[in-house]
Design a protein around this ligand. Structure first.
Ligand SMILES: Cc1cc2nc3c(=O)[nH]c(=O)nc-3n(C[C@H](O)[C@H](O)[C@H](O)COP(=O)(O)OP(=O)(O)OC[C@H]3O[C@@H](n4cnc5c(N)ncnc54)[C@H](O)[C@@H]3O)c2cc1C
Length: 491
């Protein structure tokens, strides 16, 4: 089994791609209004909105491809996704999803397919769910008593109401604890919260769940044709058509600080870009502080960033499989929950088979599969292993077994069907996505009153955006973060 990529190939590709962009760099003013470090969805959102508002913007991306956690990659005719595959509101008119709002503002569209069914494999059995509310209620009624069902319907109504201003910082568990006594329903809420934020109902902000309760039943759930990369590409189009520049293979080593303000960035490949207005970091809070020389930022801010609570990492199994004889109506999404100890490592396995909705993602007669455990794969287990060592390969095979077994619940003979299998680990995540300890994202707990830092920093002209700056790891949250940071940096 191969790792994601031969690092030599990536380096060579990086050189080629950055060479092909070197002419862009030469034609750039050595000075620009804003530099955005990183082309994750948050960084691209911020950059594209600033460019649309008339500022000169350059995005410096370390990787050879844009998108960060949402980038796609090709292997043997299969198009794989490194991260998100669950989206809402892409095809709905007037969606409340901030990502759709950003795309509308940039006058960009992403063709997508709406669907309404996905499967949960709970310890008690199969739970067929989706965006059809009646079907969800019918299914839930098979798992709980009529009294519990009444409890749920009241709870659901409350969850769909607009939040009062004093509720925005409350945890989801505040409503769960007040309204739900049935143990299955309470566990279901932890499961739902963990799937979205990487934390249980106590850690997850009520505002995030309030958005999702409305969005999945009242808007659309849809898959972008071309995968998450299609959203990334739309944001890059939105950036470039407004005069912004994306530099790939352009790792930022240092933020230049002069006279108490951020004045530009130094690139690892040589050269620097100076800024008239702002530098924005889309790297995580833990990676951002490594971009400064010692003493450039107040010690208290660095300390707070270093101590920011962190979700664990992710284990991925990417498969290209023979699809012959599989049901035509195989759903795209499946979650296999091994026990109700929801947040335990190796417990919740998420599975996405996007070629069921977009056949162009796999060679004819095949499917592309992304199975992963998100937010709970311990980094310590992997720390210090060399990615070519026998010990690393053995550990990959051992720990990916849970994902193979989860896949067997969906497609019993999946091992025989596999034409390609790639295992990604916290080390892969750290290396290719430039995220410290390969983290899934920040874990500021709503029930402990831990607040996300937002865009501003103590350094003049320096801002942050991305999924460690906004509540709720995920595309809607980073789109909001990108919007807020564009507002702050462009003001
Ligand atoms: C497996 C998985 C599944 C997911 N599923 C979903 C889902 O179904 N739905 C959903 O909404 N969300 C999902 N998410 C979450 C969502 O994908 C992320 O929260 C979001 O994409 C993160 O965007 P970001 O802007 O914070 O930055 P990131 O994606 O982390 O991008 C940051 C970028 O900065 C670059 N960078 C870092 N340091 C430097 C430097 N020094 N110089 C230059 N560049 C640098 C990195 O290379 C990277 O490209 C999933 C995430 C994962 C990992």
């Amino acid at each position: 089994m191969a790792d994601y990529a031969d690092p030599r190939r990536v380096r060579e590709e990086g050189e080629e791609r950055s060479m092909s962009r070197a002419s862009d760099l030469r034609t750039l003013d050595a000075e620009t209004d804003v530099v955005v470090i990183g082309s994750g969805i948050g960084g691209l959102t911020c950059a594209a909105l600033l460019a649309k508002n008339g500022l000169a913007v350059t995005v410096c991306e370390s990787h050879v491809t844009p998108g960060g956690a949402a980038h796609g990659f090709e292997r043997d005719g299969f198009h794989f996704e490194s991260g998100p595959s669950f989206f809402t509101g892409l095809s709905a008119e007037n969606s409340a999803n901030p990502m759709s709002m950003v795309l509308a503002q940039l006058d960009e569209r992403v063709e997508s397919v709406a669907y309404d069914r996905w499967h949960f494999h709970f310890p008690e059995g199969l739970f067929v769910t989706g965006s059809n509310e009646e079907r969800f209620h019918r299914e839930l009624a098979r798992f709980v008593s009529p009294e519990a069902m009444k409890e749920w319907l009241r709870f659901e109504e409350v969850m769909k109401q607009p939040l009062a201003p004093d509720q925005t910082h409350q945890p989801f568990s505040s409503v769960v604890d007040e309204m739900l006594s049935d143990s299955f329903l309470r566990r279901l809420c932890d499961f739902d919260a963990f799937s979205l934020s990487g934390m249980d109902a106590g850690g997850t902000p009520l505002a995030e769940m309030n958005f999702m309760f409305k969005e999945r039943f009242q808007s659309t759930v849809d898959y972008p044709i071309g995968g998450s990369q299609a959203i990334v590409d739309a944001l890059v189009r939105g950036l470039e058509k407004n005069g912004g520049v994306l530099l790939l293979g352009a790792h930022v080593d240092e933020v230049i600080v002069e006279e108490g303000r951020a004045a530009g960035v130094k690139l690892r490949r040589g050269g620097s870009l100076r800024t008239r207005r702002a530098v924005v970091s889309n790297a995580t809070v833990w990676d951002t502080q490594d971009l400064f020389p010692p003493g450039a930022l107040p010690a208290a801010w660095c300390e707070a960033s270093a101590q920011a609570p962190q979700c664990e990492s992710i284990l991925h199994l990417h498969l290209g499989i023979d699809a012959s004889g599989l049901p035509e109506d195989l759903p795209i999404h499946h979650v296999v929950l091994n026990s109700w100890d929801v947040t335990a490592p190796q417990n919740m396995c998420n599975i996405s088979i996007p070629s069921t909705l977009d056949p162009s993602l796999a060679p004819k007669g095949h499917h592309v599969v992304h199975a992963y455990t998100a937010g709970n794969e311990p980094y310590e287990v992997w720390q210090g292993l060399h990615h070519k060592s026998d010990a690393y390969i053995a550990l990959k095979n051992e720990r990916a077994e849970v994902l193979w077994r989860a896949m067997e619940k969906i497609i019993p003979d999946v091992r025989e069907r596999a034409r390609l299998a790639l295992i990604g680990t916290p080390l892969t995540h750290e290396r290719f996505l430039r995220r410290k300890r390969g983290t899934y994202g920040a874990a500021y707990r709503a029930d402990l009153g831990q607040a996300f830092p937002g865009p501003a920093t103590p350094l003049d002209g320096f801002y942050c955006c991305g999924d460690s700056n906004m509540p709720g790891v995920g595309v809607p949250a980073v789109a909001v973060s990108g919007m807020m940071t564009a507002g702050a940096a462009g003001a």
